[in-house]
Design a protein around this ligand. Structure first.
Ligand SMILES: Cc1cc2nc3c(=O)[nH]c(=O)nc-3n(C[C@H](O)[C@H](O)[C@H](O)COP(=O)(O)OP(=O)(O)OC[C@H]3O[C@@H](n4cnc5c(N)ncnc54)[C@H](O)[C@@H]3O)c2cc1C
Length: 669
């Protein structure tokens, strides 16, 4: 063995943080131990080298080389080419079915910010640590490092060599493939290989009651029950390292034809420039920013910002009110907006949990805020409940693997890759061939294009699709409606929608995205298959003043929603709301007046949902009995595309399946 630097190559993926990071924690612990041994050696110390003997992975090391790779199959890498005449050796990072970019501008920026934040934090420790940034396939990058140091090491003497390759676990199928390749590479070079459990989830894998992942229940509630009370479950977060083993003195540069930039600004430029070549993303009429609207997700990426966000949520009391606000659609704090930080591993779910525990115990920030020091409340319990949904989706990805991406999903009667059809009545419309329902791919593409452009003619769907295009975020409530609309009203292959979301979402997470799309499309683990959201009824329940739709569909801002109920008194008129929710219902006279005449989505909506409000309700669109999810006393009826009838009287949220037809609404969480 050479007596030069002994390096652990740590390949980061979705664990881009310094705090609560098992790998950095272990390296810091070993550094501390070796320093304390040096300062007070037991025995004579003879024959001892100064390497950090890893208890995890078996390889002694002196240096830690953290490397973040922008994976070329997921994030377009051509912006890193050294010169415009160079060509990337990798195919464009486009999706399989719809051929859209896999990572769009919102997430590319967020990821870049997160990587730069970690680099800054590591360098800020002032111990010689840092982060190397690379572009390419993870396998190619690892191979280059291994070969570079193998060649050096073969010269013997004090040349550096890699003694271990470490990375954290990820349940995505591509990530599993990467792991296999890295394992083989490590074996070929005779270096230790270790996959660490990434402890960014709510309940640690080691505390789950399953012997094998096949024991995971197919229904969320069955999974959750034995884990309650959820507040008792998370492990403590790991301390944030204050010192780490240094980077090796000799690090190979990025391989041509790519070049790594040296500032955050140029990194973001390299990530965004290929995407910005066509900022319409193939849409003839892409959504435009409306005046006077703020993004609900204006956050920059990175651990520092994620930790700040957690602090803000607890100290303002937003966690305590979460249960009653979580179905909101406008504003910053109706929900936590932690998903993007969690997805990239900028923060961990248990950090969120412990910040809430401090708040509940009255020891952390937030004094004076609602619920401070009063134990778990409705809001904090609901956040835990949702964080567990995220864990569950991730475990489903582990259990079902490729089936998470299969057209007919994880249904038990779908055999093999899941491409067989479990429900003979369901015929998906696809973009490449007729789907068997008298459709043709050209029309399907036109329909999908209108959907993406926010021009379906259904207000809630258009508002959400415009919002997500422009900001990278839309609320859970809106996501459920949009996914249901694409899959149940338009009958379009749900994977196309999932890919479109993968492209746009800042918080895209493999398991949560594909799992939720499957769930809503009726091919996932929804115990009540066949639910269909009525986007008009949902708008009535959750956008009862039309504020959300008016914000993102500015063409409809002048639709008057109130009526006079006495001298100087106005109230929202439910009948008028129906015209906002579906503008085709406006009279010709009003369309002309509002300059809406001749607009395709107004005159020829993709679907006409027959839905009426039977009698006058309270002014804010809520039922007398219920909260925002109420509407139980409305006699609401409707007819969607084709012969699908929506009929329901009674409370809809969390309602059991109605016997005489598909139910309209409910939430996944
Ligand atoms: C079609 C569809 C696609 C989705 N795609 C994603 C995705 O790619 N990434 C993603 O993180 N979430 C996804 N979700 C789940 C959910 O919509 C988002 O997690 C949530 O809207 C993010 O906002 P928030 O952080 O303010 O959530 P909050 O309401 O504040 O919830 C707190 C946290 O709980 C988790 N969570 C909440 N709801 C869910 C859920 N249904 N499934 C899994 N985790 C949940 C998230 O980590 C979230 O940050 C999707 C939902 C649907 C219906």
């Amino acid at each position: 063995m050479s007596n030069g630097p002994r390096i652990i190559l740590y390949i980061l993926r979705r664990d881009v943080r310094l705090s609560d990071n098992p790998v950095f924690h272990c390296a810091a612990q070993q550094l501390k131990r070796s320093r304390s041994q040096k300062s007070s050696p037991t025995g004579d110390g003879r024959g001892r080298d100064d390497s950090l003997t890893s208890e995890h992975g078996g390889a002694p090391f002196t240096h830690l080389l953290p490397v973040y790779v922008f994976p070329s199959n997921q994030i377009e890498s051509s912006g890193f080419l050294s010169s415009p005449s160079d060509r990337s050796p990798y195919p464009e990072a486009r999706s399989q079915v719809a051929k859209v970019w896999r990572t769009g501008p919102h997430r590319a920026k967020f990821i870049g910010e997160g990587v730069w934040d970690l680099k800054t934090r590591l360098e800020g420790l002032q111990c010689g640590s840092g982060l190397e940034i690379r572009v390419g396939s993870i396998a190619d990058v690892a191979r280059e490092f291994l070969e570079y140091y193998a060649e050096k090491g073969s010269k013997g003497g004090s040349q550096p060599q890699i003694t271990g390759v470490w990375l954290t676990d990820d349940d995505g199928t591509e990530e599993k493939d990467d792991e296999k390749i890295l394992k083989n590479l490590a074996a070929k070079h005779d270096v230790a290989f270790k996959v660490w459990e990434d402890e960014k989830f709510y309940i640690d894998d080691r505390d789950l009651p399953y012997e094998s992942i096949s024991d995971l229940p197919n229904v969320y509630t069955t999974y959750r029950k034995p884990l309650e009370p959820l507040r008792d479950r998370p492990r403590n977060p790991l301390p944030t390292p204050t010192a780490l083993p240094p980077l090796p003195p000799d690090i190979p540069p990025q391989k041509a034809p790519f070049k790594i930039t040296t500032s955050e600004e140029s990194l973001l430029k390299a990530l965004l420039s290929p995407l910005q070549k066509d900022s319409t993303y193939g849409l003839k009429t892409p959504p435009q920013w409306p005046k006077d609207v703020q993004s609900a997700h204006p956050f920059n990426g990175g651990e520092s910002n994620g930790l700040k966000r957690i602090k803000h949520l607890v100290s303002t009391g937003a966690m305590s009110t979460y249960k009653s606000t979580r179905n909101g659609m406008l504003g910053l704090d109706f929900s936590t907006k932690l998903s993007a930080f969690l997805a990239q591993g900028h923060i961990t779910a248990r950090q969120v949990h412990w910040a809430m525990v401090d708040f509940e115990d009255g020891v952390g920030p937030g004094e004076g805020a609602e619920g401070y020091g009063k134990g778990e409340n409705e809001g904090t319990a609901a956040v835990r409940f949702e964080l567990l949904w995220r864990d569950y989706m991730r475990l489903c990805m582990r259990k079902f693997g490729h089936k998470m991406f299969a057209l007919y999903g994880i249904q038990p009667h779908a055999k093999g890759r899941g491409d067989q059809q479990p429900n003979p009545r369901k015929r998906w419309r696809t973009l490449d061939k007729p789907g068997g329902a008298g459709d043709d791919p050209k029309t399907t593409l036109e329909t999908f294009t209108r959907f993406r452009s926010g021009c379906t003619g259904v207000g809630l769907i258009d508002a959400s699709n415009r919002e997500i295009f422009l900001t990278g975020y839309t609320s859970n409530r809106a996501r459920q409606n949009v996914a249901s609309f694409l899959t149940s009203h338009l009958d379009i292959d749900w994977r196309i929608g999932a890919e479109w979301y993968e492209f746009l979402l800042t918080d895209y997470d493999i398991a949560s995205n594909w799992g939720n799309w499957q769930y809503v499309a009726g091919v996932g683990n929804d115990p009540r298959q066949g639910r269909v959201f009525n986007p008009v009824k949902q708008a009535l329940d959750y956008d009862g003043k039309g504020e959300y739709i008016k914000a993102w569909v500015p063409e409809l801002r002048d639709v008057k929603l109130t009526r006079n109920i006495g001298p100087g008194r106005e109230e929202v008129d439910q009948q008028r709301l129906m015209l906002l929710y579906q503008a085709w219902k406006l009279s010709d006279w009003e369309k002309s007046n509002l300059r809406l005449k001749g607009i395709e989505w107004v005159e020829q909506p993709l679907t006409r949902i027959q839905f009426s409000v039977g009698r006058k309700g309270p002014p804010d669109g809520r039922s007398k009995r219920g909260g925002a999810g109420g509407g139980g006393h409305w006699r609401a009826s409707g007819r969607g595309r084709g012969s699908r009838d929506f009929k329901r009287v009674g409370t809809e949220d969390k309602a059991p399946r109605h016997e005489d037809g598909p139910i309209i609404v409910t939430s996944s969480g």
